[in-house]
Design a protein around this ligand. Sequence first.
Ligand SMILES: Nc1ncnc2c1ncn2[C@@H]1O[C@H](COP(=O)(O)OP(=O)(O)OP(=O)(O)O)[C@@H](O)[C@H]1O
Ligand SMILES: [Mg+2]
Length: 233
Amino acid sequence: MTSIPPAALKIRNLEKSFSMAGNSLPVLRGIDLDVAAGEKIAILGQSGSGKSTFLHVIGTLDEPTSGQVWMHGKDVFARAGKELDTLRNRHIGFVFQFHHLLPDQDAVHNVMIPALIGGMPSAQARERAVHLLDRVGLADRLAHTPGELSGGEQQRVALARAMVRGPSLLLADEPTGNLDPATAEDVFNLMLELNEEQNTTLIVVTHSEQLASRFPRRLRLNAGRFEESTCSA
Ligand SMILES: Nc1ncnc2c1ncn2[C@@H]1O[C@H](COP(=O)(O)OP(=O)(O)OP(=O)(O)O)[C@@H](O)[C@H]1O
Ligand SMILES: [Mg+2]
């Protein structure tokens, strides 16, 4: 269903520092990373190591202090304003630890909204939303609002929402951090399946060595850089 190929990323000397009361707090300290199109990567690392910061920067929600990111061979941060918004909205899907679903909208509308914002005709957006909700096992929960769904169901709606525009890159920041282990496993399985079916590149942050071990490539963020991790849970 996706009309764009999965994203390949090239990241060079990526640095991100935060400025606090006149002091610079370096978080990402010169990251070099190549991500192949369609690759599945789990990112591990201690709390405060910069995992969310990394996802925010490569997802263009935040700017790097220095360094470059190429997506589909194009320099991401050479773009600005509307062009950068278009790249983000069209190519990148996000799933967060807390789903940020709209509380007064039912599951179908929560999934449809990014597609509608992107200009997809309403009937097509609904059809795609229903298809994805069916795919994540919620065909009989279409009219439920987030408050009428369990935590794992809400996270599955958030996953369907992130996929609705057929992103070439799906970024997930501890998407199962507040779920019980069995439900977390279900959501991870779905992400891995959808990654194959929908042809996306998938980068997931998790604290779980066990969930990370499901991924063919694991990176550990330590002192502002990635180490290829050898965890084998
Ligand atoms: N907007 C900000 N301003 C200042 N410092 C920040 C900001 N955002 C993050 N930091 C700092 O950057 C460091 C990395 O934060 P980040 O949220 O990326 O960590 P993380 O690896 O995702 O941690 P966790 O596993 O707890 O989610 C932290 O020490 C944090 O205090
Ligand atoms: Mg984080």
